[in-house]
Design a protein around this ligand. Structure first.
Ligand code: 8YV
Length: 326
C-alpha cells in the first residue's frame, strides 16, 4: 500500500495526529463529534484503514458497505465490543486494538472508585460545595473502612491483575473469578483466591470490581439474580463496560438499600445514564474516564501508529485481535 487513506473518527493527541499525517494520507474528523452511522458508512466505502474508537459502532450493517480497499480497522482502545469481529474476519479485514498501555491508569481509576464509594468522596464534595456543611461531627459522613475487607475481581486479565496488586497495598484480601484460573505462580504473587463459582464469590465479598471485557458471554453477567446474591453492605465498581451489569436491576437494588453503593465509570447506553442512578447519593458516576490520562492517550496513539505501519508494510501487526480471544 502506498500512502494508504487512513480515516480517524475522533481527534487524537496532537503529536499522534501530526505523525499520522506524516506517515499516511490521513483524514481527521475535525469537529470531534461521534460519527453517525451514515458517516461511518461513507468512511468504510473509501478508507484503506479505519481508526475508530469506542464511540463508533462498526457493526455488520456498516461493514456491509465496506469497499474492498478496507483492509484494517486499527481501533484506538482496548475493548473491541463495538466492532463486529466475525463480519470483519469474513470480509478479510484485520482488526487491531491497543492493549497494555491503559492497564495501570484503569486500575488506578478502579481503586479511586473503590475509595470514593466506600468513603463517600462525591457526597462529601457535594456537601462542601452546597454550602450546607456545618463543620466536623463524630457521626457525619461515615463511610466504610476498606482495610481488611474482601475484594472480588471479575476478570483477572491485565487490568484485574493491576487492581489486585494495588488492592493488597490497601489491605484488601483479593478474590477473583475468571473464565480460566490463572497460573499458580501468578496467583501466589497476587495472593489471590480463585472462585470457580461466580455466584459463590458474589455472596462472600464486600466489594466487587468488574474488569472483564464485554462479550456475548459477559452481557448482563451481573444479572438481577446474581446482584441479589451480594450482601446488602457490599458495593460494586465498574471500569469495564456497562453492559456487563444489568443497570436497571442495579439501580433498583441501590435505591431499595439492598446494596451499599456503586462506582460506575461506564454505562449500558453511553452517554445516556440511567435516570434512576442519577438520583442516588450512594453512587459515584464518572464519564468513562478510566484510561483518560495524557500519557495513556499518547501511548494508545503510538500503538495505533505501529499497528498501521506494520500492517501496511506487509507484516502482521502486533496487536491483532482474533475472535477466539473473546
Ligand atoms: C478507551 C476503553 O479510552 O480502551 C478501552 O476499551 O474503554 C477506553 O478507556 C476507549 O475505548 C477509546 O476508544
Amino acid at each position: 500500500m502506498n500512502k494508504p487513506l487512513v480515516i480517524v473518527t475522533r481527534r487524537l493527541p496532537d503529536v499522534i495526529e501530526t505523525r499520522m499525517m506524516e506517515l499516511f494520507n490521513c483524514r481527521l474528523n475535525l469537529d470531534d463529534t461521534p460519527m453517525s452511522q451514515a458517516e461511518l458508512i461513507d468512511a468504510v466505502k473509501v478508507a484503506d484503514v479505519l481508526v475508530p474508537t469506542v464511540t463508533d459502532r462498526i457493526d455488520a450493517a456498516v461493514l456491509s458497505h465496506a469497499g474492498p480497499q478496507l483492509r484494517l480497522i486499527a481501533s484506538f482502545g482496548t475493548g473491541v465490543d463495538h466492532i463486529d469481529l466475525k463480519t470483519a474476519r469474513q470480509r478479510g479485514i484485520t482488526v487491531t486494538n491497543t492493549p497494555g498501555v491503559l492497564t495501570e491508569d484503569t486500575a488506578d481509576m478502579t481503586m479511586a472508585l473503590i475509595l470514593a464509594v466506600s468513603r463517600r468522596l462525591s457526597e462529601g464534595e457535594r456537601l462542601v460545595r452546597s454550602g450546607k456543611w456545618h463543620g466536623w461531627s463524630p457521626t457525619s459522613m461515615l463511610g466504610h473502612r476498606i482495610w481488611g475487607k474482601r475484594l472480588g475481581i471479575i476478570g483477572m486479565g491485565r487490568i484485574g491483575q493491576a487492581v489486585a496488586r494495588r488492592a493488597r497495598g490497601f489491605g484488601l484480601s483479593v478474590h477473583y473469578h475468571n473464565r480460566r484460573r490463572v497460573h499458580e505462580a501468578l496467583e501466589t504473587e497476587l495472593e489471590a483466591t480463585y472462585w470457580e463459582s461466580l455466584d459463590q464469590m458474589l455472596a462472600r465479598m464486600d466489594i466487587i470490581s468488574v474488569n472483564c471485557p464485554h462479550t456475548p458471554a459477559t452481557y448482563h453477567l451481573l444479572s438481577a439474580r446474581r446482584l441479589k446474591l451480594l450482601r446488602p453492605d457490599a458495593s460494586i465498581v465498574n471500569t469495564s463496560r456497562g453492559e456487563v451489569i444489568d443497570e436497571n436491576a442495579l439501580a433498583r437494588m441501590l435505591g431499595a438499600g439492598d446494596l451499599a453503593g456503586a462506582g460506575l465509570d461506564v454505562f449500558e447506553h453511553e452517554p445516556a445514564v440511567n435516570p434512576k442512578l442519577m438520583k442516588l447519593q450512594n453512587v459515584v458516576l464518572l464519564p468513562h474516564m478510566g484510561s483518560a490520562t495524557i500519557e495513556g492517550r499518547i501511548a494508545m496513539g503510538e500503538k495505533v501508529l505501529i499497528n498501521i505501519k506494520t500492517f501496511v508494510d506487509g507484516h502482521a501487526p502486533p496487536d491483532r485481535v482474533l475472535e477466539a480471544m473473546y
